[in-house]
Design a protein around this ligand. Structure first.
Ligand code: RI2
Length: 323
């Protein structure tokens, strides 16, 4: 998959020929929720396929796989939390657990995480659809399954809505979004990223996804998200992020602490055509300050950015040191 093809990037659910970590790194597997589930499943498969009888060896394989997965992409905390949800079972098992016990614990933890992750999107769909009115025009960015779920649910409920999707250069995930919407029968229009301020006067709601939600309510999401938020604020358009709570983290007090992934410049331009002395940068995410966000739509309802910290502590307690 290359980002500059004329066609939209195709995202296979189960790339056969590379490791899950490599598929996440190369964005064959992408989307904050999906990378978390695929990482959890990968750990489950390591446990399932282990045929030896050494708990220490199985643990080492699991920790090696965790390290590879965590190194694949740095920004989305969903990946860390998907890995954590499974590896916590290993840590909690204690020193005396034998291989069958470890295998069962790991596979169960992976299944539970994946089930809860999908369930969370269904809850977000229900809650988010309640915020969408008949006749609304909604703007979305990149390709977020969590952000599309309420839109598709509102359409299913019979609300007449129209969606505008930014192209989301350089990977053009906007094409995936209009395909998802088309498949669901939702009227959709693709716009180039720089048309955001042109379209905003006609927009009623902005729904985006989330890769990481910081303790102070700041949002890390696909590059360009913060520009949309700024324009939405200028024009008094509600700007909401749809985020399963495992995208919340106590790891980062604010957006300043989030590592922003920069990818190869070949995703933006053929390096061979670059004039001398010209640099190109390709940041993948940006930070939208909490004050620009009207609310997080989660599986626990709508959470105000100022309440994210309390919500994190309720779920993760003092676990921040192990993320
Ligand atoms: P869901 C994506 O990142 C986008 O930033 C999107 O908003 C976010 O993940 C959430 O996606 P990337 O993997 O979990 O395309 O809502 O870089 O599908």
């Amino acid at each position: 998959m290359t980002p500059n093809n004329e066609k939209a990037p195709n995202v296979p659910e189960n790339p056969e020929d590379v490791s899950v970590a490599d598929a996440i790194r190369s964005m064959q597997i992408r989307g904050a929720g999906l990378i978390a589930r695929k990482a959890a499943e990968s750990l489950g498969r390591v446990a399932e396929s282990y045929l030896g009888d050494s708990p220490a060896e199985l643990k080492k394989r699991l920790y090696d796989e965790s390290d590879a997965l965590l190194a694949a992409r740095p920004t989305a905390v969903s990946l860390r939390n998907g890995v954590f949800a499974v590896m916590k079972a290993v840590d909690d098992a204690g020193e005396n657990a034998d291989v069958p016990a470890l295998r069962a614990l790991v596979m169960n933890a992976a299944d539970v995480f994946c089930h809860n992750s999908k369930q969370a999107v269904s809850e977000i769909a229900r809650t988010g659809a309640g915020l969408i009115k008949d006749g609304d025009r909604i703007l979305t960015h990149c390709n977020s399954k969590a952000a599309l779920a309420p839109i598709i649910e509102a359409h299913r409920q019979g609300k007449k809505i129209e969606v505008f999707a930014t192209e989301s250069r350089p990977w053009r995930q906007g094409y995936l979004t209009i395909k998802d919407l088309s498949d669901a029968g939702v009227p959709a229009t693709l716009i180039i990223d720089s048309a955001a301020r042109w379209i905003m006067p006609t927009i009623d709601l902005v729904f985006v996804g989330a890769d990481t939600v910081c303790e102070n309510g700041d949002l890390a999401n696909k590059i360009g998200t913060s520009q949309l938020a700024l324009i939405a604020r200028e024009m008094n358009v509600p700007f909401r992020s749809c985020a399963e709570t495992y995208k919340f983290t106590p790891r980062y007090a604010s957006g300043n602490e989030v590592p922003i992934e920069e990818r190869d410049i070949s995703e933006v331009i053929d390096p061979a055509v670059l004039p001398a002395n010209v640099r190109v940068r390709n940041p993948v995410f940006d930070i939208t300050p909490a004050e620009y966000i009207s609310g997080y739509i989660t599986e626990d309802g709508i959470i105000e950015p100022s309440r994210v910290g309390a919500s994190i502590r309720r779920w993760f307690g003092d676990a921040s040191s192990i993320y």
